[in-house]
Ligand binder design. Sequence first.
Ligand code: SF4
Length: 180
Amino acid sequence: MKIAELFYSIQGEGALVGVPTVFVRTSGCNLRCTWCDTPYTSWQPEGTEWTLEQILDEVAAHPTRYVVVTGGEPMIAPEIVALTGRLREMDRHITIETAGTVFQPVACDLMSISPKLANSTPDDPRFSRQHERLRIQPEALAELMSRYPYQLKFVIAEPGDLDEVRALVDNCAPTGSGSF
Ligand code: SF4
């Protein structure tokens, strides 16, 4: 699978902030957020092809059981189910960082979901229509939130964005779930 980078660092956000972690960043994304900070994994996908064995060997070389699979959009990586299954066999704690537009039956201990609000839509009409069509997929979000422990992350540009967040959570979050 195409990997943009694989590195050992400290998780800087969310429920596992401060935890030494191996980050596996897949290359390729189905969205095109106007403020994307990793275009080298989205609309200009860079990286090299790694076999699963190469990825797992590199993960095993670092002194932590915490692994984050991120992107880009890792849920569209062709071997994501196999990769997370193998990480599970290695007894790794698996976080997946996703925009929540695609469901795959992955092995995952923390689904870190970052649904993209309207403030993410690019102005360029060549890209805005597809981005708008894809950015919120209620069925995929509901599936991810019902099957896995999860956390939600949002990019808030202005106070009015909170109305969009509330509507999305009301529509998609299963009652009484989501605690980590
Ligand atoms: S979903 Fe993430 S990787 Fe994809 S374009 Fe948006 S910010 Fe970039």
